[in-house]
Design a protein around this ligand. Structure first.
Ligand code: 13P
Length: 256
């Protein structure tokens, strides 16, 4: 069993102004000063990345963009480049979140290009996958997840290598913002499937090192049992990451 350090990541989506963001990240920083066993990441909107970076200071909190373009520069109104994220202090970037896929028509092919560009700039991609309720009800969960893995990791697959720092996030669409969490067993089943797929394509050392986060209605009340599953290596938290009290309890899941 590989030694995968748990990662608790907060996806703030389109929330929080500058003051709220600074207050939240300071509270998180203060609460983790004695914490060594878990890694912490926040992903604010583009407009507050700079102030959040400043507020993080020397605390061990990683910073992630919520999206980016794959090109380096050019006429792409409304987009930001990988270099811009790096310049702002980001070490990670969330790619292919289901809200990007369903509301902004992002395809697996675009996510594949973005993942390649992110790694090229030294950013760690957090690549999101997950089925809709309709797909789950039709018994297509594994098929959908496999297809998303194959297409959005095409470049890595063709190179037969994927940086072991890469992070995947299984986020069943039906569990996002609905209060309906996947049971630990339902999540573990898919996480195990993802790890087997990684093993087939990139071999055992990489598959054992790559972290697979679970996302979808993670709360202080369910974090510990989800994190107890052997193939769940962390959480990508939406709603509950917007309040210091709930996010800190999730970060300290092992104390629950
Ligand atoms: P919720 O935690 O609000 O369900 O959101 C999950 C998510 O989409 C994280 O990226």
């Amino acid at each position: 069993m590989a030694d995968r350090k748990p990662l608790i990541a907060g996806n703030w989506k389109m929330n929080l102004n500058r003051n709220e963001s600074v207050k939240l990240v300071r509270a998180i920083a203060e609460s983790i000063s004695d914490l060594a066993e878990t890694e912490v990441l926040v992903s604010p909107p583009f407009t507050t990345l700079s102030v959040v970076k400043e507020a993080i200071g020397a605390a061990k909190i990683y910073l992630a963009g919520q999206n980016m373009h794959w090109e380096t520069a050019g006429a792409y109104t409304g987009e930001v480049s990988p270099a811009m994220l790096v310049e702002t202090g980001c070490t990670h970037v969330i790619l292919g979140h289901s809200e990007r896929r369903s509301l902004f028509m992002e395809t697996d092919e675009m996510i594949d290009r973005k993942a390649k560009a992110a790694v090229g700039m030294g950013l760690v991609p957090i690549i999101c996958i997950g089925e809709t309720l309709e797909e789950r009800d039709k018994g297509e969960t594994f098929q959908v997840v496999r297809r998303q893995l194959e297409l959005s990791l095409r470049n890595f697959r063709e190179q037969k290598t994927m940086p072991p720092s890469t992070i995947l996030a299984y986020e069943p669409v039906w569990a996002i913002g609905t209060g309906r969490t996947a049971t630990p067993q339902q999540a573990q089943e898919v996480h195990q499937f993802i790890r087997q797929w990684l093993n087939e394509h990139f071999g055992s050392p990489a598959a054992e090192q790559i972290r697979v986060l679970y996302g979808g209605s993670v709360k202080p009340e369910n974090a510990k049992e989800l994190m107890a599953m052997p193939d769940i290596d962390g959480a990508l938290v939406g709603g509950a990451s917007l309040k210091a009290e709930t996010f800190i309890r999730i970060i300290r899941f092992h104390e629950a």
